[in-house]
Design a protein around this ligand. Structure first.
Ligand code: 2HA
Ligand code: ZN
Length: 269
């Protein structure tokens, strides 16, 4: 590890960088990193459980594993200033019913709403590569924009990205997968993401963002950064063309219902 930073500081630093790239507005984006006891023993007593967080964590092979995870509702902008509030370290319980909080979420918080997708992805990637450790979700701007103008066919999407920068095919020879628009924060999007992660380390969520997996924070971030750079070139060289995909009014209503918000009267069809 560079300098003398611990893994939590590394996550916070990455969150700051991603915020400054403009990808993580408000509470957008989340990061999780699987760690060993030795990575955190300097500042965490793993025998001491601060509190138990109810969660369906029936992830067999991950039971007992430790994760550094950004908190739900927390802003990437604020991670570095107050990591102990915005980031937590949890252990997946053997009983499949709860997470043990060992450090962080100091204001009573809990892990990201996308934890299910993160853990499903960790389980799948770990089977493919025992050195796998990191999952990052972010709202990478140009990648998101591309899902409005490009077909969502995975082969075509990947081929377009590969052609945008010379090194793309070297960085992600496995290509990218694409999920159509789906409600976020659900087990279903988690299952679908993990399924795609069997073949590619990048999964694009149409009209939402991107998921990337890697062995280190740098590797997972570098993957996303490279895809995003290619998407930026694509968007910049795009002729004025019609948008062919969008979030429909039906999907907006589904969101409003799922999150219990009252939408401006008459503004949806
Ligand atoms: O809340 O990005 O997808 C953070 C998100 C959800
Ligand atoms: Zn998101």
């Amino acid at each position: 590890m560079m300098r003398n930073t611990n893994i939590v500081e590394e996550v916070a630093l990455l969150a700051s960088n991603m915020y400054r790239l403009g990808w993580d507005e408000r509470n957008g984006g989340n990061i999780s990193c699987m760690v060993d006891e030795s990575d955190i023993s300097d500042f965490v007593n793993t025998e001491r459980v601060i509190r138990r967080i109810p969660f369906n964590c029936d992830f067999g092979e991950l039971a007992g594993r430790l994760f550094v995870v950004t908190g739900t509702g927390s802003y990437f902008k604020n991670m570095e200033r107050d990591p102990e509030k915005n980031i937590g370290i949890v252990r997946l319980c053997e009983n499949n019913r709860e997470l043990e909080l060992l450090w962080g979420y100091s204001d009573g918080g809990r892990p990201t709403s996308e934890l299910y997708a993160h853990l499903m992805t960790h389980a799948v990637r770990l089977k493919r590569d025992e050195a796998h450790r990191v999952v990052i979700h972010t709202h990478a701007t140009n990648t998101l924009a591309m899902t409005y103008t490009h077909t969502l066919d995975e082969r075509e999407f990947t081929r377009t990205l590969w052609r945008m920068c010379t090194e793309c095919i070297v960085v992600f020879p496995d290509g990218v997968s694409v999920l159509p628009w789906m409600l976020c924060g659900t087990d279903e999007i988690g299952r679908e993401t993990a399924k795609k992660m069997q073949d590619t380390r990048i999964v694009v969520w149409a009209q939402h963002g991107i998921f990337g997996a890697g062995r280190t924070l740098d590797e997972a971030f570098g993957l996303i950064e490279t895809v995003e750079k290619a998407a930026e070139i694509y968007i910049k060289t795009l002729p004025a063309e019609k948008i062919i995909n969008t979030i429909t009014d039906e999907q907006l209503k589904e969101l409003a219902k799922a999150f219990g918000v009252k939408v401006h009267e008459g503004w949806l069809q």
